[in-house]
Design a protein around this ligand. Sequence first.
Ligand code: APR
Length: 236
Amino acid sequence: MNEIGNIVILTGAGISAESGLRTFRAEDGLWEDHPVEQVATPQGFAHDPGLVQRFYDERRANVRGASPNAAHLALGRLDAQWKGELLIVTQNIDDLHERGGAARVLHMHGEALSVWCVACDARHHWTGTLSDGPPCPACGQVAMRPDIVWFGEMPYRMEEIFAAIARADLFVSIGTSGAVYPAAGFVQQASASGARTLELNLEESLGSRLFDETRLGMASELVPAWVDQLLGAPLP
Ligand code: APR
């Protein structure tokens, strides 16, 4: 695999499932108890801001209580050792990639531990709650919302992502169902620009047929094995 220089890795909720954070579309997934339209759209927020703030207060608390698992740690090791370009594009709002040692991480759907003041446009690192209406530390207004990309909003840093995919020799998707665009379309862009494509997921996803190779299993097992393979360590 020495010819591989540039890597783009897309991650989804499946990589954090073994850290105790619920995925979205499983039978016991987050969208089962919380209709998407209510908690993950601008219209839902306008209709019942308290409900939405409480939902993300809970997400923030859960993220703080979770720890990176073997898959996050393996990607942290890869990021530290990989000499070529590498970008971990995550749909996840948790900070487990960073706590797993990865630095080259891009949160395309926002971050649980960031809040955004819609009055003054400031963003703040935030570990507490918003449902109790704290004032923005920058402007003093009570106008902070979760710094999360909701359905109907534009994901962050798309130009950077597309540019990285265009340069990639290898595109790897980990723990995502392939249900949400634009992330679900990255594999096709990567293939079109000549990258090899690999999927690591618990089960076949909506996009499995689009990948050159799919490996099925738990992220905590598949990801460390793949990283070892890539870095040239002996396989277990
Ligand atoms: N290891 C590997 N894969 C797993 C594991 C595991 N331990 N557990 C679950 N998975 C897989 C599931 O089989 C599923 O295909 O992870 C995938 C999770 O899919 P979703 O719940 O749809 O999560 P995701 O793809 O990240 O969702 C995308 O949807 O609502 C939005 O903004 C939200 O970023 C999210 C986006």
